[in-house]
Design a binder for this molecule. Structure first.
Ligand code: UT7
Length: 328
């Protein structure tokens, strides 16, 4: 059996910024409330002429450059998103065309905010079996187009962005590999976080627009509790599976939705808060993009280094959750 290693990482955040003060003018909220309850200060939003695959392309090109590779080296594309360019064709196929690497398999993966960890796990399996050697996993979202800027509980949280990893087959003597991934889902709790319309259950109609059913709806407090419980559990699972102690892990890179959630996850499994990577102040919740963006930012600012044990954990609509332990 083969192992996979992270050969390169990259991210892209759109240039336009939406601050808490901008939101004060849209809904009944304050900068202070948002910062105290979430840690978020600003988010990036895509320009009107930008689509999700544009963000993904920019993050991918940076990750490829970081890995010293070109699009022709890729043999699979996994595009993790719930806000793709369109329902059909998949964003993965659109990105494949933009990258100019024809024929390789390309597909979208829908696991909401857990999408990237799910994608990493799928890519890892393809590399382990020897079927593939070099896989792009990109998490990209333009979620602001699915957010109701009259709903203060959701609109303050979300932003747009993209992050990418290039995963490749490791040499047999390479110890910087993905050690394990752990995925979960609890469909019974699916109604806590939904985008009601636009699928076969409720196609678009005037009624959908009038009721705002084309926007995300969330039971925030319930999501918060489940996020803490589940991410702490999958982190514990990853450590026990690999018989690795908390003190050996250099950084925890959790899904970036709310600093209080990240802090509570760390508290729940006894992980030091100062070793939690948080960039939520800078971008809010970018769904499937949060983990690769946070990882890449922490690499670029010198926190994450080669050889360190890094624990990733995600949680999202579905409900879905996952963790991955890697030696970078
Ligand atoms: O990727 C997963 C996706 N989602 C998440 O991870 C979100 C998880 N949930 C959260 O982050 C938090 O639950 C929120 C940030 C959404 C809300 O924070 P909270 O501390 O759980 O607040 P709460 O829902 O308990 O509400 C407290 C109060 C309420 O007022 P009353 O009922 O106490 O009078 C809310 O109406 O805060 C009010 N509130 C706001 N006030 C100012 C809710 N949103 C806002 C707001 N500005 N934006």
């Amino acid at each position: 059996m083969f192992r996979s290693r992270v050969a390169g990482t990259g991210h892209y955040l759109p240039l336009k910024i939406l601050t808490n003060f901008d939101l004060e003018r849209l809904v009944d909220t304050t900068d202070q409330w948002i910062r105290e309850r979430t840690g978020i200060e600003r988010r990036h939003v895509a320009a009107d002429d930008e689509v999700t695959t544009d963000l993904a392309l920019k993050a991918t090109l940076k990750a490829l450059e970081d890995a010293g590779k070109t699009p022709n080296d890729l043999d699979m594309i996994i595009f993790c998103t719930v806000t793709g360019d369109q329902v059909m064709p998949s964003s993965a196929c659109v990105l494949q065309q933009k990258l100019g690497c024809d024929r390789i398999p390309a597909f979208d993966l829908s696991a909401a905010c857990s999408g990237f960890v799910y994608g990493l796990s799928v890519a890892d399996q393809f590399i382990k079996t020897g079927h593939h050697r070099c896989i792009l996993i990109v998490g990209a979202e333009i979620i602001h187009r699915f957010v109701n800027y009259k709903d203060r509980e959701t609109c303050i949280l979300f932003g747009d962005g993209a992050g990418a990893f290039i995963l490749e087959r490791a040499d047999h003597d390479d110890s910087n590999v993905i050690l394990s991934t752990h995925l979960r889902a609890e469909g019974a709790l699916g109604d806590l976080f939904v985008l009601p319309a636009g699928g076969s259950k409720k196609p678009f109609s005037q009624e959908v627009l009038d009721k705002g059913e084309h926007y995300v709806r969330m039971k925030g407090r319930e999501i918060f509790k489940n996020a803490v419980r589940t991410m702490a559990a999958v982190c514990q699972e990853a450590l026990e599976h690999n018989k690795i102690g908390i003190d050996q892990v250099s950084w925890l890179v959790p899904h970036q939705a709310n600093w209080r959630i990240m802090e509570a996850v760390a508290e729940h499994f006894g992980f030091p808060k100062e070793k939690v990577v948080s960039v939520v102040h800078e971008m809010g919740n970018t769904s499937a993009a949060t983990i690769p963006v946070a990882f890449d930012m922490a690499r670029k600012d010198g926190r994450i280094k080669r050889g360190q044990f890094i624990l990733l954990t995600a949680f999202g609509a579905g409900l879905t959750a996952g963790s991955a332990l890697l030696r970078f």
